[in-house]
Design a protein around this ligand. Structure first.
Ligand code: G3P
Length: 228
């Protein structure tokens, strides 16, 4: 891969009703419009069932929400990296707080993604776990204190030390890994604060997916990121 996008605003649609099926596609188009207006990269991580439709309908990067560290064969119900790639994903979130993996499986999932030229975005819950994960060389680490997820209380304001500490420690272990942060991000100010603290972008869900006007929120995020 040539280069990673920074800043990156990655929108995880999770399993929200507002981010499922046609509404997922609608959100992806709004994200694309906000990207076109600002030139800040906005990626989207829909459910597996929406990956192919979205990937062929928009030109923004599309990520899976998870893959399993398996190879093609007999793994009923698991998610194969080859399958998300063929559906149009260019990478995958792994180890989200809502889909945690053992360290050995994070390692194997990162390896599987890289074998296929897919971009791993590995989530972590604190600076110490970020350091262990950085040693596995994912392209992105997204630090998200689980207790702030979905609260509207932004990590960049409630726990700034989590971002600064992660940025400092990860840089020592693996300066090539790009750091994102997430949890409770709802405003442009939260995004600017995150970037000032050392993150290169944000991983966000409810602040966009459940917003009255997701386009305006994404535009605010992207404008805040582009000002720095
Ligand atoms: O993956 C993003 C996430 O867990 C943060 O969620 O709703 O606090 O933006 P939210």
């Amino acid at each position: 891969m040539e280069k990673l996008w920074t800043p990156l605003i990655l929108v995880n649609l999770k399993t929200y009703k507002e981010g499922t099926g046609k509404r997922a596609l609608d959100l992806a188009k709004k994200a694309e419009k906000a990207r076109d207006k600002t030139d800040v990269c906005i990626g989207i991580a829909p459910q597996y069932t929406d990956l192919a439709t979205i990937a062929k309908s928009v030109s923004i990067p599309v990520f899976a929400q998870h893959i399993d560290p398996i190879r093609p064969g007999s793994s009923t119900g698991h998610v194969l990296a080859e399958a998300v790639k063929e559906a149009g994903a260019i990478g995958s979130i792994i180890n989200h707080s809502e889909m945690r993996l053992k360290l050995a499986d994070i390692d194997a999932a990162i390896t599987r993604l890289k074998e296929l030229d897919l971009i791993p975005v590995a989530c972590t819950n604190n600076p110490k776990v970020s350091v262990s994960t950085a040693a596995l060389e994912p392209d992105y680490i997204a630090i998200e204190p689980p207790e702030l997820i979905g609260t509207g209380i932004p990590v960049s304001k409630a726990k700034p030390e989590v971002i600064t500490e992660t940025a400092k420690l990860v840089r020592q272990v693996n300066p090539k890994t790009t750091i994102l942060c997430g949890a409770g991000i709802t405003k442009g100010d939260d995004v600017s604060a995150a970037i000032r603290l050392g993150a290169k972008g944000v991983l966000v869900a409810s602040g966009v997916v459940k917003a009255k006007d997701p386009y305006q929120v994404l535009l605010n995020f992207a404008q805040a990121a582009s000002r720095l």
